[in-house]
Write a protein of this length. Sequence first.
Length: 348
Amino acid sequence: MKTGKILLIMFLGMCPVRISFSGGGTDMPEYYNEFGGNVVTTAIDHFTYVILNLRNDDLIQTFSSDFQMHNPSTSFEKLESKPGTEITIAALKHLNFKTGANVMVCSDVPSGSGLGGSSSLTVNFVKTLSTLNKLKWSNEKIAEASFDIERNVLQHPIGKQDDYIASFGGFNFIQFTKERIHVEPIKINKSTFDELQENLVLFFVGNVRKNTIILSSQLQNLKEKRKETIESLHYVKGLSEEMNSALKQSNITHFGELLHKGWLAKKKFAKGVSNEDIDKIYDIALENDALGGKLTGAGGGGHMLFYCEKLKQDRLIEKMKDIGLKHVKFNFNTDGSKVLNLYDYSKE
């Protein structure tokens, strides 16, 4: 057992990103408060990280390695966000965290990846800072506080699913109503679970985009109650219910078919969800044994997911590599956001 004086107290927050399979868009309050919504979504083993070590003074210094941005040491009252540190500063202020600290953030995925990285990082901060403030917040409270920061403080036009899946982790069917949000783990047998995971192939398309433009357009369509957007959201809500049922019945082939139907509907949400290049990639994937697929986020770029049986994947992967896409390996992740305490000791 180590003894001696503690030189450093460090905390590491880890939070998964996600892949949403169906129902995205119905998690916006502007939709589900009136119609109810639901999604099928999972956390995966790619993460955001918050590394925080306490200082001997009251100053706060922040770093973002992803954006190569540094906010020099300053008092809590003088904290100002810079491009790439908006979430960091907003979270520190929202939780009134005035303890002196050096804070660094980084991620396994690029900004605009379509994997919910921004929400993962926000949840990560809320979990880490609430833990340090000795607040025993539930997963739901953490998700709601994170959504409040993103939607109301940072003005991101997002829905709630990303905050909830990052906070809870796991493979879930999440239902949204005006009264409550219910997270239901999807229970399927291990062999089906493993086969589904093996049959999903993820690629980085590139062209990472400012997804807020597409989401803002979708949100505006909702506020204006545009018929095509509303009807498309009704349709994908039904698809997510059907997908949940198919998974419970271990019918993963139908799961792949529903991915395809959902993608066709998603393209009607707002202008910019897809484009000529993405449509071409999707068509090539279908020609090379993919049964269905989708962009994993708002649209325009980031990552594309395909359902393709394991024995047929080599041809698909090679073809996608030939046209410039990167194959990204992943596994489902059961854990939500968590905080690890790291202590460094010196010998007496």
